[in-house]
Write a protein that binds this ligand. Structure first.
Ligand code: BTN
Length: 330
């Protein structure tokens, strides 16, 4: 049975305008906001209700109006594009099933195409897990990128993307305790900060291999209200102790990703290998590796030129693996 893709809703300009007015932290009267935005008071109320339904905390006091309980900066494609030299298409959704599924479902010649969402209702993680995607808190990013390469030549791509995310996080001031975990997770102090879901369309309509690069980065989430996350996690705000404008991060992330993809396309994975190993948290660790068919234990001996994990097993021999879920053993 094919899974139904839930259609996306592009970000509503009126909703953005309402948030921009509220964003100075003061109370705003519905009538005055309506006059300012050329909308009725009840239209303003409709957008306030929508924000509340998305989980945004809004105070309302009779006679004073509405105020945001904490600052809220929505994603803004124009703001992001201004910081990037190469022309790019960026679609921003208010809510969508999954940004990866959306980019997989479209046929377009205008690539690379980037999709961002304020909320995902069916956010996907590796190994059929779900990705917690609350409204306007974090980055849910996907990029569809065409490669003039065979699928077999894309080995190592997910590690190259992981390095781009790693550099982006470092740029915002996080240097210590940040690690890459094979194949492409990012951990801070043993807590998950970001994950990557790479999907490949082998021969797309233009005959090229397209990569759908999905990145989830925890930015301003402070609590997991309904205990939806099943592993230790953290966010940039938790680490930096201040909220971060996601537009700034997406711009930096895009610069790093596009640079890395360009270099990967020309030179393959080998130029990234040493850099990746410098930040690898698994080197010489005793781990268990769960693949689709088996569970193995061994000691990690780094990665090879294809980005495969090298695992030394009990028989003293070292084997290379392309996929799997790693758990560090005590
Ligand atoms: C993982 O850690 O297993 C990967 C998580 C990837 C989550 C991102 S969020 C944007 C993109 N859309 C999805 O549905 N998933 C990826």
């Amino acid at each position: 049975m094919t899974k139904k893709i839930s259609a996306g809703k592009k970000i509503n300009k009126n909703l953005v305008n309402v948030v921009n007015i509220l964003n100075n932290g003061e109370y705003h009267d519905g009538n005055a906001m309506g006059l300012q935005l050329n909308m009725t008071r009840s239209a303003i109320w409709k957008y306030i209700k929508k924000l509340v339904a998305y989980g945004v905390a809004i105070d309302s006091i009779k006679g004073k109006g509405y105020a945001l309980s904490e600052p809220l900066i929505l994603l803004d494609a124009k703001k992001i594009k201004k910081k990037i030299a190469s022309p790019l298409l960026i679609d921003v959704f208010e809510s969508i099933g999954s940004t990866n599924e959306y980019l997989k479902s479209i046929k377009t010649t205008k690539l690379p195409l980037v999709c961002l969402a304020e909320q995902q209702t069916q956010g996907k993680a590796r190994l059929n897990r779900k990705w917690f995607s609350p409204f306007a808190k974090n980055i849910y990013f996907s990029c569809r990128y065409p490669f003039k390469k065979e699928v077999s030549e894309l080995a190592g791509l997910s590690l190259v993307v992981g390095l781009a995310v790693f550099k982006t996080i470092q740029f915002f001031g996080i240097k210590d305790s940040l690690f890459l975990k094979w194949p492409n997770d990012l951990y801070y102090d043993s807590k998950k900060l970001a994950g990557i879901l790479l999907e490949i369309i082998a021969e797309s309509h233009d005959g090229l291999s397209h990569a759908i690069i999905g990145i989830g980065l925890n930015v301003n989430t402070m609590e997991d209200v309904n205990h939806q996350i099943t592993q230790p996690w953290t966010s940039l705000q938790k680490i930096l102790k201040k909220s971060v404008d996601r537009n700034e991060i997406v711009a930096e992330l895009l610069k790093n990703i596009l640079n890395h993809l360009n270099q990967f396309e020309q030179e393959g994975f080998s130029p990234f290998m040493q850099e990746w190993m410098k930040s690898d948290c698994l080197m010489n660790k005793w781990i268990s590796l769960k693949t689709l068919t088996e569970k193995l234990v061994g000691t990690v001996r780094g990665i090879n030129e294809q980005g495969q994990l090298l695992l030394e097993m009990a028989n003293g021999r070292t084997y290379a693996f392309s996929a799997g879920d790693v758990t560090i053993m005590k």
